[in-house]
Ligand binder design. Sequence first.
Ligand code: ADE
Ligand code: ZN
Length: 319
Amino acid sequence: MPLPKAELHLHIEGTLEPELAFALAERNGVTLPYADTEALRKAYLFEDLQSFLDLYYGLMAVLRTEADFEELADAYLARAAAQGVRHAEIFFDPQAHAARGVEIGTVVEGLGRALDRSRERHGITTRLIMCFLRDESAESAMETLEAAKPHLHRITGVGLDSAEVGHPPRKFAAVYEAAAALGLRRVAHAGEEGPAAYVTEALDVLGVERVDHGLRCVEDPDLVRRLVRERVPLTLCPLSNVRLRAVDVLKDHPLPQMMAAGLLCTVNSDDPAYFGGYVDDTFHAVREALGLGEDQLRELARNSFEAAFLDGSPEEEAL
Ligand code: ADE
Ligand code: ZN
């Protein structure tokens, strides 16, 4: 039986498995530049974050209708349930879809249909976190927040993702301030490929409550002490870090040292269709490669609930 856990760093578009991508391509009359699922899988050899993003944004062309987003989310939730996930905080990238004329309402309402029955069907409670693409302009992020306003009853928070280096958190200060004023929770990717200083900036300028990745905080001992002191959760994604070459091999991942330093670490799958495993697969992989014991795995699972945006309602806490 997999450990019950919350998944806090999961891009729904990153759960698009090749089989579903081809099925949606056929349904929507989209031609993919790959002969078949095997050829597509063979393309999953990434040099860095950007080389992954190029393929990832390209494959999203198959996602067009509410039904597509509903099917995508339902397929993820079914897999997540089998991996012990009881609560999932799901990222989506509205700007990546708007670029092809797919409106935010189509994305949110489609995902929402699957999320609305998730508890009953899969035993998983959910949250939606809307991410801004940091390699797009701050104005575009603000327009996206504006476009999201009719759908805010479905959206718990905002995040920041895509190409990190050269796009520091401070670029998005105004949109994060506006999001906070709307009562939205705040997270951001920082310290994945970018420097530890971006983690500090995400905390100080954006007011984030959780840092996505945060891996490179280890390069700044003062920052590590602060993250420990303030109990700021990090949503680490070890399989992603290997596939995108932030670390060379899994056995070199600093997760054990980060846990030993007292950081509030969680382990997540990021883009599981691309990186070789869903969240319990990741737990198994870190146990094998890093020699984590049962106590440490239980600590990671416990941390995931502590770091979640659960409102403490007895119904949800009972899950
Ligand atoms: N979008 C999807 N996966 C991502 C990652 N690992 N980093 C930044 N943006 C992303
Ligand atoms: Zn991510």
